[in-house]
Ligand binder design. Structure first.
Ligand SMILES: [Zn+2]
Length: 321
C-alpha cells in the first residue's frame, strides 16, 4: 500500500498550494499548514520556541531529500492555517499582543500553538487574558461587572463565546478559569446549552456531552442553592424583620424580585445588588438586611462554585500549561 502513495514532493506539486501574505523574502524556512505556505526565519522561530530550538540539535536530514520552495526547506506542520497565521502575526508584530482586546479565535490559536511549540513569550500573556476574565476571587470577578452584567474587556465577545471559551480553558488545562467559565455557560439556559449557539461564520458552538452534563446538573444545583438560607438570594424567601418601616411595600417588592428568579428559572447565584438600586425599592432596615445578606451569600456561593460543577476546590485548581 505504502509504495503506491505519492511522495511528499509529488503531493506538493499536485496540490494547489496557497502562498500566505506572511512571506518574508529573506526568510529561511517555509512552514506548510494544510495547503498554505508561510516563509519565515528559522532563527526567529528558534529564538522564541523551545520546540524549534530543540529541533536544531537533532540530526538533520539530507537537504537533497527535503522539498524546497525558493531554496528554503519546507516543513509541514499539522495545524489549522488560521492558527498558524495568528501565531506568526503575533511573533513578528511587537504591537500585536499589546492590543487591549483580542478575538477569541486569536486567543485560542496562541494558546494551542503556544503550548504545542512552547512559544512562552506568546503563551503567558495570552493565558493571562483568560485568567483575567475568569479570576479565582469573588472581588476580581465582581470588578468585571458593568451595571451588574459581565463585560469582557481582554477578549472580544462573539457568537458562541461562552461555550468556546469554556472548551478552550478545558482543553488547555487552564483549570482556574473553569468555575466561572462553567457558570457563565450554564447561565445561557437549557435551550442554548442543548441547541448550541451560532458563531459568525455559521458554525455552531456547542459542548461535548460530558461538559454539557456538568452545565445542566450545575445549573440545577445553582437554581436550588441560590435560594437557600445564607446563600445569594436566600433572603428573598426569609424576610421577617420586625423593625421594617413599610412592611406591605417591602414585602410586595420582595415577592416581585423572587418571582423574577422563579418564573424565569433565572440563575442569579452570583448576582450582586447595588446599594443605590436597593435603596429606591426598600425601607432602610430592609435595605441593609438585603445588602448584608446578599454580600455574605455571594462569598459563600463563590467558595462552593467549583464543587457545583464537580471541580476540585479553588486552591487545587492549578493551571497546567
Ligand atoms: Zn422594609
Amino acid at each position: 500500500m505504502s509504495d503506491s502513495r505519492p511522495t511528499k514532493r509529488q503531493r506538493n506539486e499536485a496540490a494547489s498550494i496557497t502562498r500566505s501574505a506572511i512571506w518574508y523574502k529573506d526568510g529561511s524556512v517555509v512552514l506548510q499548514a494544510q495547503d498554505t505556505q508561510f516563509r519565515v526565519h528559522w532563527s526567529v522561530l528558534a529564538k522564541h520556541s523551545v520546540f524549534f530550538k530543540d529541533l536544531e540539535s537533532l540530526p538533520q536530514p539530507n537537504p537533497a531529500d527535503l522539498p524546497t520552495v525558493d531554496g528554503c526547506p519546507v516543513v509541514e506542520i499539522q495545524d489549522a492555517v488560521e492558527d498558524v497565521e495568528h501565531l506568526l502575526t503575533a511573533l513578528y508584530d511587537p504591537s500585536f499582543l499589546t492590543q487591549t482586546t483580542l478575538p477569541l479565535a486569536t486567543v485560542g490559536a496562541l494558546i494551542r500553538l503556544g503550548r504545542k511549540y512552547y512559544f512562552k513569550v506568546l503563551l503567558d500573556p495570552t493565558v493571562a487574558r483568560i485568567t483575567f476574565e475568569n479570576p479565582t476571587t469573588y472581588d476580581s470577578c465582581d470588578a468585571l461587572l458593568v451595571d451588574g452584567v459581565y463585560r469582557p474587556t481582554r477578549i472580544m465577545v462573539s457568537g458562541g463565546f461562552f461555550f468556546d471559551l469554556l472548551m478552550l480553558a478545558q482543553e488547555n488545562n487552564i483549570l482556574s478559569a473553569l468555575p466561572t467559565a462553567y457558570y457563565r455557560a450554564a447561565k445561557r439556559g437549557p435551550a442554548r446549552l442543548l441547541d448550541g449557539v451560532k458563531r459568525e461564520d455559521g458554525t455552531v458552538a456547542s459542548l461535548p456531552l460530558v461538559h454539557l452534563r456538568r452545565c445542566i446538573v450545575g445549573r440545577d444545583r445553582l437554581l436550588s442553592k441560590q435560594f437557600q438560607p445564607g446563600y445569594t438570594l436566600g433572603w428573598l424567601r426569609q424576610w421577617q424583620l420586625s423593625d421594617c418601616k413599610n412592611s406591605s411595600e417591602c414585602d410586595r417588592r420582595r415577592s416581585a424580585m423572587l418571582s423574577h428568579y422563579l418564573d424565569g428559572n433565572v440563575v442569579g447565584a452570583l448576582d450582586k445588588f447595588e446599594a443605590h438600586d436597593v435603596r429606591k425599592a426598600f425601607c432602610a432596615t430592609c435595605c441593609q438586611h438585603f445588602l448584608d445578606s446578599n454580600a455574605t451569600g455571594l462569598k459563600k456561593m463563590w467558595e462552593e462554585l467549583p464543587g457545583i460543577f464537580d471541580l476540585a476546590p479553588w486552591d487545587q485548581l492549578k493551571n497546567d500549561l
